[in-house]
Design a protein around this ligand. Structure first.
Ligand SMILES: C[S@@+](CC[C@H](N)C(=O)[O-])C[C@H]1O[C@@H](n2cnc3c(N)ncnc32)[C@H](O)[C@@H]1O
Length: 233
């Protein structure tokens, strides 16, 4: 499905621009097979290319989660398991990913580090094979700009989150600055080849996914990534 698939209007549409609920979220269209191919190739170099540069945001996200003892956490798009060692050992983490090569790296990592509270499953984020209201925290680090339908993924994340639980999205979104936004739109069809669409529209995404954030923080250096925290009603 294309990123510009229309979705139902959200109540707070006026705050986000009159067409936020229906407008295109990105100029770039991707399919799972394409994304899978990209990450099959990236798996062996991912930790070097996207490791240190994006790590401050990962650390901040886990701190903000305020994970309690016994909490059930779902990490969507777990990749090479780069976050696995950051979780407290007294919670239970389920990591899902589409790419078998990325998961293989993640399995090596958790075995090497003796991490016992993380399990890994091959699964599409747009079709999560868990029941409604299963997890206390549902977290997508650097995922929503690499999936064909980010709104469908957000709806799945919301579905499997318990009422009162947290839905946390860490991602790069299109700049609010018109010049930067225009550059991001231009480069987006090229950046998908290295794993992400550069121009995902945050207000449109939130409106279409019917997510109401309690906080949006800028993270990493430069501060062009956003840590979006939502509470499921
Ligand atoms: C940019 S990496 C993020 C990895 C990790 N979360 C991190 O913090 O670096 C995106 C990951 O999302 C996975 N992915 C892409 N599309 C997916 C989908 N539809 N369902 C599940 N995982 C997906 C990719 O295979 C890749 O491992």
């Amino acid at each position: 499905m294309a990123l510009f698939e229309p979705h139902r209007p959200a109540e707070h549409d006026e705050l986000m621009g009159s067409d936020a609920a229906t407008r295109a979220l990105s100029v770039t269209v991707v399919e799972n097979d394409f994304v899978n191919g990209v990450y099959e190739k990236l798996a062996s170099v991912y930790d070097f290319t996207f490791g240190p540069t994006l790590h401050a945001g990962r650390v901040q996200a886990i701190q903000r989660m305020d994970i309690g003892r016994g909490d059930q956490v779902l990490e969507v798009g777990v990749g090479t398991g780069i976050n696995a060692g950051l979780y407290p050992r007294d919670c239970t983490v389920t990591g899902i990913d589409l790419s078998s090569s990325m998961l293989e790296k993640a399995r090596d990592r958790i075995a090497r580090k003796g991490i016992r509270n993380v399990r890994l499953l091959e699964m599409d984020a747009a079709d999560i094979k868990f029941g409604d209201c299963t997890f206390d925290i549902v977290y997508a680090p650097y995922l929503v700009s690499v999936v064909p339908d980010p709104v469908a993924v957000a709806r799945e994340m919301s579905r499997v989150c318990k009422p009162g639980g947290r839905i946390i999205i860490l991602n790069h979104f299109r700049s609010a600055n018109p010049l930067f936004a225009s550059i991001e739109r231009t480069i987006s069809p090229f950046t998908v080849h290295i794993g992400f669409a550069a121009d995902l529209d945050l207000p449109g995404f939130l409106a279409q996914a019917e997510l109401k954030p309690v906080s949006i923080e800028k993270v990493n250096i430069p501060r062009i990534w956003s840590l979006v925290t939502c509470i499921k009603e």
